[in-house]
Design a protein around this ligand. Structure first.
Ligand code: GLP
Length: 248
């Protein structure tokens, strides 16, 4: 569904601006995009901005998000290297360069579609709990919980980075549309807090309630704590019906 939405948008706008996420959640979407390219879909004018990257990992480190994106998407589609952007994580003057990253997004006309996953603690990108809802791209220290969740990817001799650079919550909210995916029981509390909780920097994804065009794509496990599940199902059916009748 998510990949289909991206491909429909691409058909309408060949120079689509995509905000991209890492983690296990979006991998299937990237697989479908790669398959679409093999079947002739052109990505040569697409521009991409990734949400976040670890500080201090070189691009060829298997745990870096640049490596992840190459492996799961960029090696399989024809987005030109010059069109691929990550928050700055090496070199000096990161604060200034984070500002330039934000400017680059604006120069491209803003992000059309932002893909998101969600952390168990409700983080989006690496905006950990208590991140300012007005935050922009910046350095962020990771919480113990996030470090624990990602520790399994590191070998005993490898140092796990504790700091990352991430788009801010306000950066994410600037996107024209946001598609958040969540799978599995471990995310059920975060999904509940994001959709049905009060807006709070303690659950960063709850800031999406401010966004006029956000869709959550969740499985039964991640939806388990939603109190209005039946209503959301009806909304989904009604929207599908309206779409089929050409009303949307
Ligand atoms: C990391 C990323 C997030 C991602 C989260 C969940 O912390 N910075 O963007 O949403 O992991 O990962 P997963 O999809 O593997 O559960």
């Amino acid at each position: 569904m998510v990949a289909a939405r991206i491909l429909r948008a691409l058909a309408k706008k060949p120079d689509l601006v995509l905000g991209l996420a890492t983690g296990s959640t979006p991998i299937k979407v990237y697989e479908r995009m790669v398959r679409a390219h093999r079947n002739g879909i052109d990505f040569s004018r697409v521009r991409t901005f990734n949400l976040d990257e670890y500080l201090g990992l070189p691009a060829d480190h298997p745990q870096s998000y640049r490596y992840f994106m190459r492996k799961h998407l960029f090696d399989g589609v024809n987005v030109p290297d010059d069109n691929i952007h990550f928050p700055p994580t090496d070199g000096s003057d990161l604060t200034k360069r984070c500002g330039e990253f934000e400017q680059k997004i604006r120069d491209c006309g803003g992000i059309d579609i932002q893909l998101l996953g969600i952390g168990r603690n409700g983080h989006i990108g690496f905006n950990e709990p208590t991140s300012s809802l007005a935050s922009r791209t910046r350095i962020k220290t990771l919480t113990e919980r996030t470090l624990e969740d990602n520790a399994r990817f590191y070998g005993p001799d490898e140092t796990q980075p504790e700091v990352a650079v991430t788009m801010g919550i306000a950066t994410i909210l600037d996107a024209r549309s946001i598609l958040l995916q969540s799978f599995g029981t471990a995310k059920a509390n975060a999904v509940h807090a994001a959709i049905e909780g009060p807006i709070s920097s303690f659950w960063p994804a709850s800031a999406l309630q401010y966004h006029a065009n956000t869709t959550f794509y969740v499985d039964e496990e991640s939806a388990a704590r939603l109190t209005m599940r039946e209503y959301y199902r009806r909304v989904q059916r009604a929207e599908a019906d309206s779409e089929a009748r050409g009303l949307m």
